[in-house]
Design a protein around this ligand. Sequence first.
Ligand code: BES
Ligand code: ZN
Length: 635
Amino acid sequence: MFRMLIAAALALVLTACKPAAETAAPAANVVDTRDVPDPNSYATPDTVRIQHLVLDLRADMVARTLAGSAELHLKWADEKARELVLDTRDLQIGGVQGFDGKTWKTLPYRLDAADAVLGSALRIKLPSALPRVRIRYSTVPQASGLQWLTPEMTSSKQPFMFSQSQAIHARSWVPLQDTPGVRFTYDARIRTDAGLMALMSADNDPKAVRDGDYRFSMPQKIPSYLLAIAVGDVVFKPISSRSGVWAEPGVADAAAAEFADTEKMIQVAEKLYGPYQWGRYDMLILPASFPFGGMENPRLSFITPTVIVGDKSLTSLIAHELAHSWSGNLVTNSSWKDIWLNEGFTSYVENRIVEQVYGRELADMENVISQAGLAETLKNTPPADQVLALPPLAGRDPDEALSDVAYIKGQWFLMFLEQRFGRETFDAFLRHWFTTHAFTSSHSTEFERFLTVELLEKHPGKASIGEVREWLHDPGIPSSAKPAVSTRFDAVDKAQAQWLAGDVPAGDLAGNGWGTQEWVRFLERMPPAITVAQATELDAALHFSGTPNPEIAQRWYPLTVRSGYTTARPAMEKFLTAIGRRKLIMPIYGELAKSEEGRAFAAAVFEKARPGYHPITSASVTEALKAPAPEAQQP
Ligand code: BES
Ligand code: ZN
């Protein structure tokens, strides 16, 4: 009920604000960061904005808490305001103080009842528009934005903790304005066990003395979802003078070798879109429970170890997280409805880096794979969620609104523009977008205006506003889209047809010199099910069950489920318990959940795997394994 009231109130505010944002378009080159309010935050950025954050926290690896204080430096737009509203989720608030320029005084506050998606608004009463407020607090062990791993769950056999703030989980470990429309700088002091290293999305020092007391500074303004912390037994291996990997000792050498092309990637991106603006670019290799492939925390991307396969074939993930240093971290969506501005642009930039570093053939193969994935996604996506410029996500969890539409349709839109305007023009345009909007948050309306003025009107006759609007506002893929093609995949498809027809034995396929992408294509283009004899033949010749390559595993195991090839189950179970990356394991759980027997098997595996999963992953698996609702009764 309370949620509905909020939603109704927001809807009113939104309709009231919308015309202003659309009609009062400023002249070209003036950055318009105004947008409708972010419904996924209780904060009131039109009244007050956090400018700087000072964290002083102790990471207790046994109690599984971060405890201490967050000091917020505030800039008030409304000097008459007497309330500061912050986002929190499951935080234990110890007290609030305000600084009036001379002394700190205790302030009254109220913590609202929790909303399942948004958490609790922390409402602080102020005697005046104070410049600083300090909150003493502690997190809970189940904080949605943190995962605490026991020693058995890591390769170093030491405790490990890491954050995942995107989209709206920063509020579960820091009380703040948890909206990408607000940017701030930060300093932090983190204390933890001596011998463990603490790292943040800040100026990590490869030579820091491991005394359990670490200080950080992030002098560039970032949105809250890029606030990040990790504590564990990690060591540093340099790749270049400004880049390197942090990883548990047993993983560090393999990681540095796998990601040896990182400096090359930075240089390619810089040549296209301007200087890398964040100082160092390091990567932290997390334990296998990390629920994502990568997270673009500034200066320190968080990376799954599952892409370390020995042949660099999955390093487009690094290109992706690095690309966010321009698309996303420099120019951010001001609320989650416009996440395609982050992820679609990044997928485009990622593919340009891959093309430059590894060649056109790999870039083409990756595009064909992702466009096929998008086609699958669209089959199960309601039309309203197939548009790039989504309506405000009031009452929705932004994590659920995330899909291939933002990533791949978004990328495809930029590829369409590139094809119409030519690389030279389009590259200059994109660079101009990043440069003029650096360190701001923006939205689809602003991008559409910028595109119209800076590209369409300056180069008339190449693409119409109607075509652009179709990409942004209509469901599906516009007819103006040119699908990606790959000649290498033509050969894979041919070989596959021959194998399926029984003309070529599986053993011969091994001699084709295929890499990861070809095998992915081979498995994805299979008929829905093959015979047990065929599965047995493939497995004997190609050893798919137990493969160390998770992109292959992710496609092979669901095929074995559909085909009734239960021999793969022990290896499948091992995969599901060893890895917590959502994208890799959800297709398998999803396939198992389709039959009652499969669901029971999946539930048993989940029970064993769950202690090692991140809360985000556990929530997804729980949802997937829910018994289907009974069929509606026919009248
Ligand atoms: N920023 C995303 C991860 C993310 C998005 C986390 C939204 C929470 C909410 C990251 O850059 C990303 O896209 N990761 C992908 C890898 C990429 C190569 C597509 C992933 O984790 O799979
Ligand atoms: Zn991304």
